[in-house]
Design a protein around this ligand. Structure first.
Ligand code: ASP
Ligand code: MG
Length: 593
């Protein structure tokens, strides 16, 4: 009983048979006593075809007209779906985004949902109709048609599930659930029974492209249980909920972003504000930057490396070039032949040796690690593209991801908590922006110190050896960052450990310094780690910028940084901790819940 949202992707409505099969699934759910809202995508590759058609006519089609064009794809499929249900003897009404009242902002081709009115859908449902909603589209305050970005029907579905307080949002697709990694690359990949919102968010932004990321943000924000399953059979798929599959498991999945590009800026003046200068120009172009690593070079000049999606490299370089007048004599270099390989898991924060296990698997395969960033929930490494598939497979094996976690019986799936109550919020805020950035926690951790190694040789196995010995000494490592080698062929590694283990970590590192000819090992007995947690940290590209701005205004230098979907970590000097905390609280006050 209750309300259920069923979303059918393009492949699940690709022809008339499939449309009828989908219609039957909805009718069956209704006969089981549910009210049913269907969300459908454009048929098959219809959207791609429309995009192609537009390009044939105009190389740079205006975004407004693109939306006008692409929205027609979903209008076709909702109408056909309603006819299918009616032909089977049941009541159905199709609605476009505008007819439902899906209000968005005016960013054509990647609009965000502001709010949704439920009255019309609810009264149609109460009259016994199956409501068929066009995915992917909305309308702005001037009645302009907008679309939510490619793959956006998932987001429509979860958003409708949130405002209608559905029991569940079923996503019918051509795969039977979420896998530990892409089974086309790693055939032994396993379908998981359940995955947490946070893990799914990280995995999908790291290359596991099953769901539109903003749909998971919606689900987490409003506590919607998602069931990803195949439209080809009745088998159950994967539940995306608040809790992970197993409480004992460190890693739940691995992913690869094949087409990354690395950018390195050498000779950046080592004064506060430079990162802000660079990254605000990139963010202004709506590009998501990842793996930001900064290390202090000689004579007050720093090197900054980061990665961007390969197809955004050109625009990124334009943005960086535009900062030259402020940055002075910098040397810009880029590499387009890199991929990012990552592992994700909520349990990794509680276990030791996880990073080492990953580095070790890569060393055994002879894969050289070009950059590393880790956080409480993920570890990412940058490798050469032609080694990436092998790397992914090795890592998948190292964590035994092909085997279901062998633990006590799974706790029952809890009804997901509702972190924000839609109805209350809608009632209190007429102009609610449902997709707005939300920050729910800002923390200062003064319990750790930092070790930094300069002159790390660029060869496979160094990180593996280092963190093996650190692990054997019983030292718990939190953040790890390895910079790109730059022009001199030597990288640097920084990592944080509990304060009372700094001395031991320095000792281990010094022992290895001989073997590997590290040029310098330095340490800080205590540092301040600041963590900003929330929803939408990366889909809102200005989050890191707000942080950089706030800290640079204080004159605080960021020593380490790590960004993820759910957390932004920065390490600064210990004595700057309290001030930085206050500055971050102020910088995010408007989006704090
Ligand atoms: N039809 C749109 C697309 O192909 C939306 C969707 O399928 O989610 O991107
Ligand atoms: Mg899709």
């Amino acid at each position: 009983m209750g309300l259920i949202v069923q979303k059918f992707g393009g492949t699940s409505v690709a022809n008339s048979d499939k449309i009828l099969a989908a219609a039957r699934k909805a009718i069956r759910a209704q006969q089981q006593g549910h009210q049913v809202v269907m969300v459908v995508s454009a048929m098959g590759h219809h959207t791609d075809e429309l995009v192609e058609l537009a390009r044939q006519i105009n190389e740079r089609p205006p975004a407004r007209e693109m939306d006008m064009l692409l929205a027609t794809g979903e209008q076709v499929s909702v109408a056909l779906m309603a006819m299918a249900i009616q032909s089977l003897g049941h009541r159905a009404v199709s609605l476009t985004g505008a007819q439902i009242g899906i209000r968005t902002d005016s960013t054509h081709t990647k609009a965000r949902i502001r709010n949704i009115t439920t009255e019309r859908m609810q009264s149609l449902l109460d009259q016994g109709n199956i409501v068929i909603a066009a995915g992917f589209q909305g309308i702005d305050e001037n009645f302009e048609i907008t679309t939510l970005g490619r793959g956006g029907s998932d987001t429509t579905a979860v958003a409708l599930a949130a405002v209608l307080r559905a029991n569940e949002c079923e996503i019918y697709t051509d795969v039977d659930g979420i896998y530990t990694t892409d089974p086309r690359i790693v055939p032994e990949a396993r379908r998981v029974e359940r995955i947490s919102y946070d893990e799914m968010l990280e995995l999908s932004s790291l290359g596991a492209g099953v769901m539109h990321n903003r749909s998971i943000e919606f689900a987490k924000k409003f506590g919607v249980a998602i069931h990803v399953r195949t439209s080809l059979s009745d088998s159950t798929g994967t539940m995306i909920v608040a809790a992970p599959e197993s409480a004992d498991q460190a890693v739940c999945g691995a992913a690869m972003t094949k087409d990354e590009a690395r950018v390195t800026l050498a000779g950046v003046p080592d004064v506060p504000g430079m990162s802000h200068e660079i990254f605000s120009r990139i963010a202004a172009r709506n590009i998501t930057v990842d793996m930001i690593v900064q290390n202090v070079g000689a004579e007050g000049k720093a090197n900054i490396s980061f990665t961007v999606p390969r197809d955004e490299l050109a625009v990124t370089l334009e943005a960086v070039e535009s900062a030259r007048d402020t940055l002075g004599e910098i040397d810009i270099s880029a590499d387009e032949s890199v991929s990012k390989v990552s592992v994700v898991g909520l349990g990794m924060a509680r276990q030791t040796g996880i990073a080492h296990r990953m580095f070790d698997a890569l060393a055994s395969e002879g894969v050289n690690i070009q950059m590393i960033t880790t956080s409480e929930i993920k570890i990412s490494v940058l490798v050469q593209r032609d080694e990436a598939q092998r790397a992914l497979r090795a890592v998948h094996q190292a964590f035994h991801l092909d085997k279901a976690p062998d633990v006590r019986p799974l706790p029952p799936v809890q009804p997901a908590p509702r972190p924000l109550d839609v109805a209350d919020v809608v009632a209190s805020l007429r102009d609610l922006n449902m997709e707005q950035l939300v920050i729910n926690d800002i923390q200062l951790d003064e319990s750790q110190g930092r070790i930094s190694i300069a002159g790390v040789p660029d060869q496979p196995g160094v990180a593996a050896k280092l963190f093996e010995q650190i692990g054997e000494a019983g030292i718990f490592v939190d953040l790890i960052i390895q910079s790109h080698k730059g022009r001199n062929g030597q990288a640097s590694i920084s990592f944080t450990v509990p304060r009372d283990q700094v001395a031991a970590a320095v000792e281990v590192t010094n022992r290895l310094a001989q073997t590997y000819q590290f040029t310098k090992v330095t340490s800080s007995p205590v540092v301040a780690k600041l963590t900003v947690s929330g929803i939408g940290l990366r889909s809102h590209t200005d989050v890191a910028i707000r942080m950089f701005r706030a800290l640079s205004e204080l004159g605080v230098n960021v020593e380490m940084i790590n960004t993820s979907e759910v957390r932004l970590n920065v390490v600064v000097a210990a004595e700057q901790g309290q001030r930085s905390l206050a500055a971050l609280e102020a910088a995010f006050a408007d989006v704090r819940v």
